[in-house]
Design a protein around this ligand. Structure first.
Ligand code: NAP
Ligand code: F7E
Length: 349
């Protein structure tokens, strides 16, 4: 039985990837970092928590990575752990660099020393292209990072290439464009919007505050991107691939579809606020996944409108179920604003 190690298994992609690999017959190991209250809601939501072998490991601590590799001796390593929120990387640039950038070098060094035969997937990102002016971005496009997060990811991206060339490691970068789902963190704009639509529709909140709603992203459906990660590691040689949809949409378009789907008009509810603007933003991303289609046979299936509707439906259902007295794995309890709404409701009932 093949063994896969997933760092960042508690995140959106980690949970979907764990589910995917279990279905493929892998023995799945996942790392989690020490928190005062560990949070496995996504693994519980997908009903796979019991099947995952969990180990404590933090990408800022080399020894914990080394111990993890010694214990697991994985065939495949999916390095998804990162401080992944671009906005937070402006507020915590050093911590973001430690985890998202240097953390990858720690992982590569540990692999080189302990399990050099293991295959590594590194979660690279379209954010590395930054505020570029190209109509499409592919594997040849120059990088111009526009945030501490993107700079850290670009450093990691290059270190992966250096270890591949210098030490012969099977290490590949997946340059994934934005991918979303009902398991997306609530700080990201898509889920922030769909969660707000649900709260507004259920009469729990009056409005939504956002930053730059003119930026444009190539948004895909996360479960489909997970398969691309796996395909990248099954390829005969280590290479880097862009994974995207070849389409782009503005935050405004996302708002329009999301609110309309709930029978609402977004202009009535959305305000823009300076505090959600980033010091530098990436205004336009549109990926070209031709290489992945040709070599891996991968392509996206879910269209933008359908993606937005999937997310709105799930958030409407969650808030509705909760109001109806149901209990289920959910992240709303982990966010101060949502927790206050939930607690207020409980208090007055
Ligand atoms: P996510 O939901 O934010 O998950 C990030 C994961 O990293 C969580 O499991 C988190 O653990 C873990 N983590 C954070 N700091 C850590 C540390 N110091 N040591 C060990 N683990 C740590 O992100 P995602 O959307 O699943 O994305 C997965 C990866 O793909 C990330 O590297 C992200 O940067 C990259 N990426 C994402 C997208 C996208 O659109 N989703 C696109 C391109 C690339 P906790 O649960 O404890 O916080
Ligand atoms: O922002 C704008 C914001 O935070 C998208 C991460 O997974 O994808 C993600 O990074 C856009 C930006 O994602 C709000 O300024 C407006 O232009 O959802 P986001 P991101 O920054 O594109 C890449 C590929 C990754 O690798 C990252 O890990 O939406 N925006 N108003 C807002 N964004 C947020 N979060 N909140 C707002 O209120």
């Amino acid at each position: 039985m093949k063994k896969a190690l997933i760092t960042g298994i508690t995140g959106q992609d980690g949970a979907y990837l764990a589910d995917f690999l279990l279905k493929k017959g892998y023995r799945v190991f996942g790392t989690y970092r020490r928190l005062s209250t560990p949070n496995f809601w996504r693994l519980q939501y997908l009903n796979i928590f019991e099947q995952i072998e969990l180990l404590p490991c933090d990408l800022i601590d080399s020894y914990s990575i080394i111990e993890t590799l010694k214990t697991v001796r994985p065939d495949e390593i999916y390095n998804l752990a990162a401080q992944s929120f671009v906005g937070a990387s402006f507020e915590q640039p050093l911590a973001s660099g430690e985890v998202t950038g240097l953390g990858v070098t720690r992982m590569l060094e540990a692999i080189r020393l302990i399990t050099p035969e293991a295959r590594l997937y590194q979660a690279s990102t379209s954010e590395m292209y930054g505020d570029n002016s190209f109509p499409f971005q592919d594997e040849q496009t120059v990088f111009c990072p526009s945030s501490p997060y993107a700079a850290a990811k670009l450093y990691a991206h290059h270190v992966v290439k250096i270890y591949r060339k210098g030490y012969g490691l099977f290490a590949s970068n997946g340059i994934l464009f934005n991918h979303e789902s009902p398991l997306r963190g609530m700080e990201f704009v898509t889920r922030k919007i769909t969660n707000a639509v649900a709260k507004i529709k259920h009469g729990l909140e009056p409005s939504l505050e956002l930053g730059n709603i003119d930026s444009s992203r190539d948004w895909g459906y996360a479960p489909e991107y997970i398969e691309a990660m796996w395909l990248i590691l099954q390829h005969e040689k280590p290479e880097d691939f862009v994974i995207a949809t070849n389409t782009t949409h503005t935050v405004r378009e996302f708002l329009d579809i999301a609110f309309r789907h709930a029978g609402l008009y977004w202009q009535t509810y959305v305000k823009t606020e300076e505090r959600y603007q980033r010091p530098v933003d990436v205004s336009y991303l549109k990926g070209d996944f031709a290489k992945a289609r040709e070599i891996l046979g991968w392509e996206p299936k879910t269209e933008f409108k359908e993606l937005v509707q999937i997310m709105v439906d799930k958030d409407l259902e969650r808030w509705g179920d909760w109001l109806g007295g149901k209990h289920f794995p959910w992240d709303a309890w982990n966010y101060p604003n949502e927790k206050k709404i939930l607690s207020r409701k409980l208090k007055y009932e």
